[in-house]
Design a protein around this ligand. Sequence first.
Ligand code: ADP
Ligand code: ZN
Length: 227
Amino acid sequence: MKRHLKVKSKLKAIIFGAPGAGKGTYSSRLQAKLGVDVIAMGDIFRESVKQNSVLGKKVKSYVEKGALVPDDVVVEVLKDRLNKVPKGKGFLLDGFPRTLDQAKTLEGITGIDVILLLDVPDEIIIQRLSSRRICKKCGDVYNIRFLKSKVEGVCDKCGGELYQRADDNPEVIKNRLQVYKNQTEPLIAYYTKKKIPFVISGTKSLDSPPDPMVAKMLEDLKKLKLA
Ligand code: ADP
Ligand code: ZN
């Protein structure tokens, strides 16, 4: 008899880690493999600022400073976006929750199967963020020092133009890291206490290529029957 592994069809996951830990890089690679919609709060906010929409006007000053957007605004965006996840698909939250209050609110909205934790030392983060580049069209992440595109300034995937995020400058990076340490990092203890499983990926050197680490993460998810 043929044996079928029971695989979870609608994964509900959070990708967690400091700014610059690689959440966007991992998410874009895991999206198809896990059959999830990636919900990236920062991307939604940046896009709305670019469009100068009602939401954009509300969040602009916060995003520019690297400060947290008020919870009521963030939660509304999250609920709205979760409602748009196609039936049969799971989701991967990138950039939510970022505070204990947000985590508690999330609990009232949905359960979470697993947390993907990217554990990266501060020195690496700071160096990475200041040389990060992002594709204007598809959001793919590059780095002019450690993860170069084949052609300078051009996305490997879609040919789009690469740009530097306005908040990837030293002053704002410092602020974002501070906010992470004070408000977001305590969530690791919170979810540990809740007994939500973690899959952890550690980065030890500046130029470790993401693909093998993403593959390892998928292996670990398979072991948990989550992929
Ligand atoms: P990072 O690379 O620092 O993780 P993101 O792209 O996830 O950045 O977010 C960019 C900015 O958007 C944050 O600095 C913050 O101003 C705002 N933001 C994103 N997610 C949240 C959230 N869950 N709560 C409050 N503000 C948020
Ligand atoms: Zn692209």
